[in-house]
Design a protein around this ligand. Sequence first.
Ligand SMILES: Nc1nc2c(c(=O)[nH]1)N[C@H]1C(S)=C(S)[C@@H](COP(=O)(O)O)O[C@H]1N2
Ligand SMILES: [Mo]
Length: 309
Amino acid sequence: MLIRKPTDIRSSEITDERVYLDRRGFMRAAAGIGAAVAAGASLPGLVAGMAPRPRFSDEEELTPYEAVTGYNNFYEFGTGKEDPARNAGQLVTKPWTISVEGMVEKPATYDVDELIFPYTHEERIYRLRCVEGWSMVIPWLGFSLSNWIDRFRPTSQARYVEFTTLYDPDQMPGQRRSVLDWPYVEGLRLDEANHPLTTVVVGVYGRSLPNQNGAPVRLIMPWKYGFKSIKSIVKIRFTDRQPATSWNVAAPNEYGFYANVNPDVDHPRWSQAKERRIGEFRRRETLMFNGYGDQVAHLYQGMDLRRYF
Ligand SMILES: Nc1nc2c(c(=O)[nH]1)N[C@H]1C(S)=C(S)[C@@H](COP(=O)(O)O)O[C@H]1N2
Ligand SMILES: [Mo]
């Protein structure tokens, strides 16, 4: 697991970020960041509590910042890959609340700051594999969802967690079209949600999360197809029933509840055996559980993964 441990926040470390960007060849990709740092400015949007350290894993090349923030799926802002970057800028993400409901001892409506600031934000470099057949390698900032689950205290009956995205067609023009049953809903089994790889994401590339990537908070489960990684969350509900999730409801034979990356189980309309890493030409083999099998396969022991796809 590629997790960079955070360090204390010191202004000197802002320089480290410049070095980090520079060494990785991202000055071009993140010109705005470089310019701000060079000018001695504090980084606009740098996530409080996060200080990136230039400790690299060169296992895989990171996908450039422009692609991560310019080629997105966020249907609330349109179905084109460039629509979210174009249309999400006006989304108001402050103030923002998240209501915690259902089978928990601590149901409440929390201000997002109360849920973000207490936790240490680590850089976690994960592959993201979209069900459509492309992939990226992204340096997210965040922490394990299990921190929240411990805090909310699900009751012994709770077996699943459901997450809901904001519903606001005035701000999210894509919701005026019935591409999906809005709002966007996703869900996990409680043990999947508690897995340390399941990440609450608050930033990317050392900066706070751009709206098109799901500000102010979204999830990432790197062993699942991208559509499970729900953006701009406003509600978390604990339940004893498997949640009805947006894509599964829209096309149950195409998008399963589990949606674990699996090269052996094709989408009914295309193969899932290969993927195109954004920025590359030749396609790569898709790995079982997106390459995270050592860490997550035990969650599905004994399950027929063709049936529970
Ligand atoms: N609310 C919401 N969350 C969403 C989506 C969406 O349309 N709406 N798209 C999903 C899909 S299909 C993918 S591949 C990832 C893309 O995340 P990224 O744009 O940050 O790379 O977000 C997921 N989360
Ligand atoms: Mo996706």
